[in-house]
Structures are given as structure tokens and as C-alpha cells.
Ligand binder design. Sequence first.
Ligand SMILES: [Zn+2]
Length: 283
Amino acid sequence: MSNQSCITVDVDRIHQFNSEKVRTLTEIIMDLFSEYGVRGTFFICGESVLEHQDIIKWIAEDHEVAAHGYYHRNLKRLKPHELRQEIRMTQEAFERIGVECLGFRCPHLVVPPYLGQILSENGFIYDSSQVDSLFVAQRLVFPFTRMKVDGILEIPIQTFTALKLPLSLSALRLLGTTRFVNYLPDTVNHFYFHLWEFERMGSPSGEFSWRGNTVHQIRMKQNLLRGFWDFMTGRPTSPADLTGRNTGEDAIKIVHTLLRELAQTGTRYVTCAEWAKAQINPP
Ligand SMILES: [Zn+2]
């Protein structure tokens, strides 16, 4: 029996790119996915759905598209009626372009109260926002509260290492471009990354070494420590220095390597919606 794995892509922060750039980055992901037979799930903000309709419809031909809020804001800061409106608007954006949307992921993975109930009122069948991480900032800022709402299934984000870091490209980028394979869990059932990570974000990259003392290596150490401090003190918008590490070509290389590793384990890819349906109505 083979393992099942969901590969998910968060499509946010793309307002800083023009349409051509969004298309180019999407193409890179689509090529990568078709090379490894991945059918993925793309979580997209409502405003981007309307702005990049052609690209979203094109993704939906081979993959699942799901919702990632309307404006990518912290949903916990909204009043209940604003939250309702935001989720309704998000589902309507998908309806307007005629693409089915069954899943939701909270921006910044911050889960507001009553989310499950509002999702179920708006035709969603699953949420995928929760991380059971032991990482200090994650515990304090985004406490893990398993959602129990009839009709909504939670697909948690997988964790790895002793700190239970979210199994994401952001975490793998921090570990380095090739060394990360040593830290991977035996079974990868859910891995996620962001579309913007495939664009070089102007911060030193490459293999990291604490002993390195070139100007480049020292700058990398400073950036890493500063970024780590910001993250530990709980700033949900990650600092550019930290998030810029190993983006662009290096990020693509990491996802390539990960998918190649997974291919050797005979992983079978399913979309989140397929996974959710199989859980709700077992065959
Ligand atoms: Zn996001």
C-alpha cells in the first residue's frame, strides 16, 4: 500500500508581482507538478481569484483550487459579522468565475472562533489551517485548537523535527538547500509552500555554516538570528530577511529534491478535497 500525500500551495503576496510574473511562477509549479505526477491544491485569496481569472481557471483544469481568505488578513482581528462577510465574499469570487471551491486555509494560519460554522454555511467541506507545533511562537500566537464542527473536516499541516516545525518550504529553506533531506519525516503526507517563494527575494542564500566567516556568511548569520528573534517574539508577518533566504532558484531546487525523494517512496498524490471526501464518505 502506498502513502498518500497532499502538496499544497498558498498563493498570497502576489500583489507585488505583475500578471506576467504570476503566470511565470505558476508555470514553474505546474511543470514541476506534472514532472512528478502531483495533483496539488492551491489556496488562493478571493481578490486574486478575480484579478487573475485566466490563471486560476488554468490551474483548476488539473489541480484543486481552494480559498485563502479574501484579502489575506488576520481573521482573528475581524468582528463576527466581518468574518462572515469576508468568507462569503471569498466563496462568491470562486462562484463568479465558475470554479468549485470546497476548502479553506486561514491567512497566517490564524484560526478565528466560529470559523467551522461559517465555513459550513458557505459550502466548504474542509479547513486546512492548524499546526500542532511545539515551536514557542507558534504555540503562543497560534494555539492549536482542533476544530469540531459537523460537516467540516480539518486537514492539519504536518509537522517535523523535535520542535514540530510546520512541514513547509519556509522551514526547509531555513535548513539549507540540500541538508534538509536529513530532517524529513519517514512519511510525508502534507507539505506546503508559497508561490512567492519561487521568486528571489533579495537576501543572501546558499548553504549555511556557523563557521563561515566570509562577508556573505556573516550577513547570513545576522539575518538568520534577527529573523529568528522576530519569529520567536511572535510577529506573524515574517521579516523579509528571514523569508528571503533560499528563495527563487534555491527554493525550486528544494521542492525538486523533495518530490524526487517522495517518488522513491511510491507516494500517491491526492488533492485535499479528495482526501476530505474519502474521510467523510469512506469508499
Ligand atoms: Zn498565506
